[in-house]
Design a protein around this ligand. Structure first.
Ligand code: NAP
Length: 249
């Protein structure tokens, strides 16, 4: 089990103040890592960091702004050096058919989900190359990037894009020991989907999950610990689906 330990490693988790990111940060700390969590809202971020104890600190960042992402990775590295980056920050602000989406809404989702993860990966990987100790980058994507879900077109496209980026970056960076993988969750009980599941669509969406329930952040966190650890040292370019069987339908 020693190979699953994250003892001595430092991780940066974007969107770590609640939901899946918080669950991953908590599991990393339990596995022995020091963790930096990042999000936009300072108050909830610092509360989350405090609740995770002495091995966690919160740094404010909006990942849709490349300059803020560069500053975040720089500051995190001073506490590091980083061994693990989890690109988890993501938004799904509407549930609309393609013809209802405005250009502004389209851009907002792309800027966080795709551009944010892209530049955070580049910033972290360049420092990982220079440090010469490898690294593990994990992109939190979605089963929506694999199976078509109605009213999720832009979100789905960003997650499908992130799947291909995962593979391209894994190929480009393998020779420098930086592994890049993705975790594609199905529906997870978080603020992101609370309103949707409370709406008239909720019952139908729940009925589509073969295991009959939504995931919890803990259901997702175990795979993140594995991908971050030496137990996954031969795993790169993979997409780990954690969806209660949703993609089978
Ligand atoms: P959530 O509960 O809404 O949490 C999102 C986190 O990201 C928060 O910490 C939020 O904090 C942060 N965040 C949002 N925009 C940000 C930005 N521009 N810069 C920095 N931080 C930002 O969402 P979640 O359900 O845990 O989702 C996490 C990831 O899992 C997302 O990538 C999502 O697409 C993916 N996912 C979720 C589900 C699901 O069913 N919940 C399913 C598949 C995939 P602030 O608001 O303070 O910034």
């Amino acid at each position: 089990m020693e190979r699953f330990s994250l003892s001595g490693k430092t991780a940066l988790v974007t969107g770590g103040s609640r939901g899946i990111g918080y669950g991953i940060a908590k599991a990393f700390i339990e596995a022995g890592a020091r963790v930096i969590i990042a999000a936009r809202s300072e108050g909830p971020l610092q509360e989350a960091a405090a609740s995770l104890g002495a091995n966690c600190i919160g740094l404010r960042c909006d990942v849709s702004e490349p300059a803020e992402v560069a500053a975040l990775v720089e500051r995190a590295w001073q506490l590091g050096p980083l061994d693990i980056l989890v690109n988890n920050a993501g938004i799904s602000p509407y549930y609309k058919r393609a013809e209802q989406v405005t250009p502004e809404e389209f851009d907002a989702v792309v800027r966080v989900n795709l551009r944010g993860a892209y530049f955070a990966s580049v910033e972290a990987a360049q420092r990982m190359f220079a440090a010469g100790r490898g690294g593990s980058i994990i992109n939190v994507t979605s089963v929506a990037g694999i199976v078509p879900l109605e009213r999720q077109g832009v979100y789905a496209a960003t997650k499908a894009g992130l799947h291909q980026l995962t593979k391209v970056m894994a190929l480009e960076w393998a020779d420098r020991g930086v592994r890049v993988n993705a975790i594609a969750p199905g529906w997870v009980e978080t603020d992101l989907v609370g309103a949707l599941f409370a709406s008239r669509h909720g019952e139908r969406l729940r009925a589509d999950i073969p295991l009959g329930r939504l995931a919890t952040p803990d259901d997702v966190a175990g795979a993140a610990v594995w991908l971050a650890s030496d137990a996954a040292s031969y795993v790169t370019g993979s997409i780990v689906v954690i969806d209660g069987g949703r993609q089978l339908r």
